[in-house]
Write a protein that binds this ligand. Structure first.
Ligand code: ADP
Ligand code: MG
Length: 258
């Protein structure tokens, strides 16, 4: 599955949030979008998962126009873990995850044993099986995030769109979830807040600033101290960790780097 975004622009009223952004994700790639708060990462993702409709530009999945695809078909192709995690009704954890099965089913069709098994596995993978009957609304931010990831897994599409998926999670769950997603061998496009996580897991990165894609490349190409300074205005040292073979970034306070 290949995703291609061409010259995407999106405005919230008069606020230009995304300007002429082009990117692609090839089958099997794990691609990250990094950039400061407010740079447009979520807006790009929302346009791709049809939470917003682009003002300009094209979004193609395997060459097919995503925006004119029936919703069910696009839901079979891509699963989403967004940033806003509130739901209006009092669903249980299990019910939330079972929603991931709906694109595979007819309207009002009941859950089959296969659906139930898939939901149970997804919950187990996220360490949530004990919480299946709990009310989603009263979970902590981190627990909610794990439920939403379980739902995306239950959807069984081979393209995952993630918006800072491990935002509320402690380091052990961050690693567990990224490792798990990596092992699924699906294609991933994810906004990632943490540059060290991006360096550990991504094959390629897009860097956004003020609504534009400023640069693109492998973590080695993009995560240099010069470029990090250009984008975030923060000094850093970047070293290759001998154990992981991945970059490791240490940020330097002005007081030390002066
Ligand atoms: P990021 O995910 O990189 O933090 P966003 O895509 O959420 O950035 O936001 C990009 C810009 O659009 C920001 O300036 C943000 O304030 C603005 N923005 C986001 N959502 C809305 C909205 N619903 N209405 C108006 N402006 C918005
Ligand atoms: Mg965001």
């Amino acid at each position: 599955m290949r995703l291609q975004v061409e010259n995407l622009s999106y405005n919230y009223g008069t606020k230009e949030a995304v300007k002429q952004a082009s990117l692609h994700v090839d089958a099997g790639e794990f691609v990250g979008i990094i950039g400061p708060n407010g740079s447009g990462k979520s807006t790009v993702l929302k346009n791709i998962y049809r939470g917003l409709a682009p003002d300009q530009g094209k979004i193609l999945l395997d060459g097919e126009d995503l925006l004119s695809m029936p919703y069910r078909r696009s839901a079979l192709k891509l699963a989403v873990v967004g940033q806003e995690n509130e739901v209006p009704f009092d669903f249980t954890v299990e019910e939330m995850v079972a929603m991931g099965r709906s694109p595979h089913k007819k309207l009002f069709e009941i859950d089959t044993p296969k659906d139930k098994k898939i939901v149970r596995h997804a919950l187990e993978h996220m360490g949530m099986e004990q919480m299946a009957k709990r009310s989603y609304r009263f979970l902590s931010g981190g627990e909610k995030q794990r439920v939403l990831i379980a739902r995306a897994i239950a959807q069984e599409s081979d393209f995952l769109i993630l918006d800072e998926p491990t935002n509320h999670l402690d380091i052990s769950y961050q690693i567990q979830i990224f490792d798990f997603i990596k092992r699924l061998r699906v294609t991933v496009l994810s906004a990632i807040h943490d540059l060290n996580m991006a360096a550990l897991y991504c094959d390629r990165l897009y860097v956004m600033k003020q609504g534009r894609i400023l640069m693109e490349g492998t973590p080695e190409q993009v995560l240099t101290p010069e470029k990090i300074y250009e984008v975030y205005g923060v000094r850093s040292t970047v070293l290759k960790n001998p154990l992981t073979g991945k970059l490791s970034i240490t940020f330097l306070p002005e007081a030390i780097s002066a």
